[in-house]
Design a protein. Structure first.
Length: 158
């Protein structure tokens, strides 16, 4: 009985020995999404100043055109959305740049992962502001009819 070695076996597209590599265009698109996601994500410490806070402020400004009390909630929502978008773009970019043949994506799982991680990050930032560990000069939270304690899930004031 003749035994076939791995080198004698025919290679097909499903073989473990011939992984599909992404095309250069797919790698370029993935790299672009990865960089854009990194710029929006909470993974870079400097991104808030240049990307997230201007976006959040712009969204808050647009919402304040309807009512001045909408500024802070819309700004917080904008900040959170920019972080979620960043994490999701990183995930999409990594899959485009490094995965070969597109495997079945679980969009629901990817979305939940992005939303949960960004929500945790945003709650940490809100907690730092609420307990005055992170100061917000120029943002008068005391004079506003909106209070961060509404968003803080662990109840009451300090």
């Amino acid at each position: 009985m003749e035994r076939l070695s791995e080198s004698d076996a025919p290679l097909d597209s499903t073989s473990a020995f011939s992984p599909e590599q992404p095309t250069p265009l797919k790698r370029l698109r993935g790299g672009f999404l990865l960089v854009l996601g990194y710029l929006l994500s909470p993974l870079s410490w400097w991104n808030d100043l240049f990307f997230n806070l201007p976006f959040a402020y712009g969204l808050g400004y647009l919402a304040s055109r309807f009512s001045p009390d909408f500024f802070l909630p819309a700004a917080i929502a904008g900040y959170w959305l920019s972080n979620v978008a960043g994490i999701l773009l990183i995930q999409l970019g990594i899959m485009d740049a490094f995965q070969g043949e597109a495997k079945e994506r679980n969009l629901k799982k990817e979305l939940i992962t992005g939303v949960v991680s960004s929500t945790v990050y945003t709650l940490i930032i809100l907690g730092l502001i609420h307990f005055h560990i992170l100061e917000t000069p120029g943002l008068d939270l005391e004079g506003s009819s909106f209070s961060l304690s509404v968003l803080w899930p662990f109840g009451g004031d300090r």
